[in-house]
Design a protein. Sequence first.
Length: 119
Amino acid sequence: MFIRDLYTCDEIIAGDKTTLRELLHPDKADLRISYSLAHARVKPGQSSLPHKLKTSEVYYILEGEGIMYVDDESAKIHSGQAIYIPPNSVQYIQNTGNTDLKFLCIVDPPWLPEDEEVL
């Protein structure tokens, strides 16, 4: 059994300026999974930087509200929603609420630095 506690994961500022804690990645632990899972946070009034991944990504909104931008589309988002982001799409998320916007990032295949381009 493998259990990872969010609060024991190192907190980093990702290239897109979100605060990130990587929970699961097959390259970081002996896990037979084909995806990576991270917990992200954006403070009120802030947004991530536009970026794109070579891989598909899903955001699952845990807390807060905001606007999700994917290519030429945008939509209001809130807790309980899942957002699919196709490979090579320009994406960013804006926190329009009064509390931290918290979400999970599921990247398949697993996230690699060379697969991300911050614009």
